[in-house]
Design a protein around this ligand. Structure first.
Ligand code: HEM
Length: 423
């Protein structure tokens, strides 16, 4: 965000300030680049030419679309995830907040400041934007909203609650912290620059003041899965390649089959959306680090260097499950062991200081999208009850959200299919 108020096709028509427009647009040049692979639009405001670097890590991902960005779009390096609880009982006020959030999200994902910007406005009023993303590129920021089961106990929404939006059952080994679980709604902010992701959540929380309050949040660094198999597979904190057999963003058929809610799945307002499972999984890093290489590889079911399945030579070779130990993670998580269950993983590593007992509070913030959690995450997680990995991990946070379809254009807003036209 080098300037505050540049316009793009997506934000054109949204209210912009007069005074700053005159100052800001007079000198700065806006270069809209060619559409880069993955649908990202390169932007730079330093001159007339498109900065080639911006096309990759600094680009803007389109906010509008049939689906929300941040699911099948390429996974960025950083995450700030926040779950909110609703404080207002006034439906109209809540809907207005969703509209205000959408307007802000539209601008921030395009690399623009919120509202009238961070400076230059009324000296007597706090600025619309908090300012810490000024000068930074859009950084492929995506903002993805989801609605938790508890939201449907409010605003007369009970009849609209999807059957698939169940309460997640208790799984063996769960040690869930209520303060890191649940939430009426969530926003997943992913970006290549952590400051851009944090700025986005902070400004949404600020807009929501008095209407929603942050219940819990999670910062993530280092993606542990990708939707772009042509790129190098990232590694998780156990040092293993993670996401090898994930659904790619280009696999339209598999996305349709396993990730997107179909028109006939019901309810109508969820068509084109998805369900997001979030699990904060703590790793007992210190114990893992004292485990022999052979045992580590047996537990995962792949080798550490190449990431090849047991008995195979290459990472992308098809796993032969019977060659693995019966309690190997990959063997138990594989679709063939779960009646075909397949999910799109999009998690991140985290390290949140220490636990006061000389151990890192580190692990994997697991995020998975699916068409139906009952035949997705729940089925797989039940099968993982005997996973030998369980000795080294513990699930300490949990949430499930219904992720509505995308915002279609500049008059549309987050949640419009659920809250209807009356708003
Ligand atoms: C800290 C916890 C976890 C770690 C360290 C971990 C690690 C890994 C690794 C290294 C792989 C192999 C590479 C790949 O194909 O992606 C893998 C595969 C997989 N994991 Fe996990 N995982 C964890 C938790 C989970 C959970 C909670 C689930 C779902 C309930 C899950 C589902 C899967 C699936 C579906 C695969 C692909 C299996 C296949 O198709 O071969 N994982 N995991």
């Amino acid at each position: 965000m080098t300037e505050q108020t540049e316009e793009t096709e997506e934000t054109r028509g949204t209210p912009a300030p007069s005074r700053r427009s005159l100052i800001g647009w007079g000198g700065a040049g806006l270069a809209l680049g060619a559409v880069a692979a993955g649908g990202a639009v390169a932007m730079t405001r330093t001159g007339d030419d498109v900065d080639p670097a911006a096309a990759e890590t600094g680009a803007a991902i389109p906010f509008h679309g049939e689906r929300q960005a941040g699911i099948a779009t390429p996974v960025q390096d950083r995450l700030h995830f926040a779950a909110f609880d609703v404080k207002t009982e006034d439906r109209a006020e809540f809907v207005q907040m969703l509209k205000d959030w959408t307007a802000a999200a539209r601008r921030m994902t395009a690399g623009q400041a919120v509202g009238e910007g961070a400076y230059g406005g009324l000296a007597e009023a706090p600025p619309d934007d908090t300012g810490e993303a000024l000068g930074l590129k859009p950084s492929r920021l995506t903002l993805t909203i989801g609605f938790g089961p508890s939201l449907f106990e409010k605003f007369d929404l009970a009849g609209q609650r999807p059957e698939a939006l169940v309460e997640l059952p208790h799984f063996s080994g769960d040690n869930l912290d209520r303060n890191r679980s649940g939430g009426d709604l969530c926003v997943q902010a992913c970006a290549d620059d952590p400051q851009v992701a944090v700025h986005a959540i902070r400004n949404l929380a600020r807009i929501g003041f008095g209407k929603v309050v942050i219940k819990w949040s999670q910062l993530g660094f280092g993606k542990t899965s990708s939707t772009t198999p042509e790129e190098q597979t990232p590694r998780n904190l156990m040092g293993f390649k993670d996401g090898t057999r994930n659904i790619a963003g280009t696999e339209t058929d598999r996305l349709k089959k396993f990730v997107w809610v179909g028109e006939k799945d019901g309810p109508e307002w969820m068509a084109g959306g998805s369900y997001l499972v979030a699990r904060r999984i703590r790793m007992h890093i210190e114990t893992w680090d004292r485990t022999s290489l052979q045992e580590q590889e047996d537990i995962i079911g792949r080798d550490k260097g190449e990431g090849a399945p047991v008995g195979k030579a290459k990472e992308r070779d098809k796993p032969f499950l019977k060659a693995m130990l019966p309690d190997a993670h990959v063997r138990l998580a594989h679709p063939e062991s779960n009646e075909g269950a397949t999910i799109l993983r999009r998690g991140y590593s985290f390290t949140d200081g220490t636990d006061g007992l000389g151990r890192l509070d580190a692990g994997l913030f697991f995020l998975a999208y699916q068409r139906d959690p009952r035949t997705g995450f729940i089925r797989i997680q039940r099968n993982l009850a005997i996973d030998s990995l369980n000795e080294y991990i513990q699930h300490v946070g949990s949430a499930l959200f219904a992720v509505p379809p995308g915002v279609r254009g500049k008059d549309d807003w987050w949640g419009s299919t659920l809250f209807g036209k009356e708003a």
